[in-house]
Design a protein around this ligand. Structure first.
Ligand code: ZN
Length: 155
């Protein structure tokens, strides 16, 4: 069975959230850095992200995609995933996702690692710390899918 058919039947629902926030926060210094002191002095202003940008709902992409998500349980899997994870944590997960789903393109190459962009699976948020595109032999290499290293986002 081709990957897309398989994931459609057996995959879990995963929320893909990508925040393309490009609205510079008023706190940004002339050098382009986020200024936490400005926020202390302006407690009623919205907190920006760690790069000094405010969330832009019109630029935020969120949709549900089918994917396979599982813990990096076995040592064999852990060794394989070491190419994507810098270190191991017991709650690290591996995810397999289509490159494109119902007209939405998944873009893990530009996925923010600070927590602004995340995948939500089983009620938990994960950041994508690594990803590779894998050719799918059952599609004669026409279709591809992503394999992703997922790390539990810090609340
Ligand atoms: Zn700010």
């Amino acid at each position: 069975m081709a990957f897309l058919d398989l994931v459609n039947v057996k995959g879990a629902n995963v929320i893909y959230h990508k925040d393309a926030s490009l609205i510079p926060c008023p706190c940004r210094t002339s050098e382009g850095f986020r200024d936490p002191i400005w926020h202390l002095e302006h407690p009623n202003e919205i907190e920006c992200n760690e790069n000094g940008f405010l969330e832009d709902p019109s630029a935020t992409t969120e949709f549900t995609v089918k994917g396979f998500v599982q813990p990096t349980g076995s040592p064999k899997m852990a060794r394989y995933m070491l190419t994507m994870f810098d270190e191991f944590r017991t709650d690290d997960h591996v995810g397999m996702f289509p490159i494109s789903w119902q007209g939405h393109d998944l873009d893990f190459a530009n996925f923010d690692k600070s927590g602004d962009d995340y995948l939500e699976y089983d009620g938990k948020r994960f950041i994508v710390v690594g990803s590779v595109k894998i050719p799918d032999p059952s599609d004669n290499n026409k279709g591809h899918h992503y394999e992703c290293a997922l790390r539990l986002a810090q609340p």
